[in-house]
Ligand binder design. Structure first.
Ligand SMILES: [Zn+2]
Length: 244
């Protein structure tokens, strides 16, 4: 039932965005999905055997991709409207658990053999998260259409990006990694969109429960301290996505 309440809450226009912020900022007793364990926040989950998550239809994704069920339902509504407007959205990446992110991190780490640890981490962190710190762990994030910003700067890609900027918020989706000057952390990612009604709750819980010493279990994990990975990266998002 609570899932339906969330779906209802996001079916508001961009103009009413402030009401979403207000609603999801209410005391936690009134909100669903807030009894999140540290394992859930850190992505230490087996999403294929968890009813919270659902396999994305293969027509919408380019491979086997899972998402949070509520985020996915809203994405499908957005997908349908985009299609009516001649915009085709394809999910390139969705839920990635700790192990998935660790595999990405280690592959990149090992490819940067000549650099010191901090330089390696900084290079990877231009576009990829440390395991345990990715918003993709929550099943609330999608990477769409292309993993290159330049794709979205002309032609078909520019039309798709403009459509998302004008319409995604109607379905609860926002771009966390924008080009705003005040942001810290990752570079701009025009392809990454977050289902804010849920991701906001996850971030709120993350900030309450997760400490820097919880970021561990992979090569280079200690760089998380010097690089202020929680304050500068996990929270280095567009101000629209932060709880005021
Ligand atoms: Zn992403």
């Amino acid at each position: 039932m609570k899932q339906y309440i969330i779906v209802f809450l996001i079916l508001v226009s961009c103009v009413q965005k402030s009401s979403i912020v207000k609603i999801i900022s209410e005391p936690k007793e009134s909100l669903p999905f807030l009894n999140l364990s540290k394992s859930q926040l850190l992505g230490q989950i087996n999403y294929k055997n968890d009813s919270l998550f659902v396999l994305v239809n293969k027509n919408i994704a380019n491979k086997e991709i899972y998402l949070n069920r509520v985020a996915y339902d809203s994405f499908v509504e957005m997908y349908k409207q985009a299609k009516k407007d001649s915009i085709h959205l394809k999910i390139l990446s969705g839920l990635r658990n700790f192990e998935d992110q660790k595999n990405i991190w280690i592959r990149k780490w090992n490819s940067l053999g000549h650099l010191d640890s901090i330089s390696k981490a900084l290079k990877i962190l231009e576009y990829s998260s440390m395991p345990g710190t990715s918003r993709h762990h929550w099943g609330t994030e999608v990477d769409l259409n292309s993993l290159n910003n330049s794709y979205f700067e002309s032609g078909k890609g520019e039309k798709e990006y403009n459509w998302l900027c004008s319409n995604a918020c109607k379905y609860g989706f926002y771009q966390p990694y924008t080009n705003k000057k005040y942001r810290t952390g990752y570079n701009e990612e025009k392809w990454h969109w977050s289902f804010l009604p849920l991701s906001k709750l996850y971030l709120n819980e993350y900030n309450k429960s997760i400490k820097i010493e919880d970021i561990k279990g992979f090569k280079g994990a200690l760089t998380s301290i010097k690089l202020k990975i929680i304050s500068d990266y996990v929270n280095g998002i567009d101000a629209e996505l932060l709880i005021n």
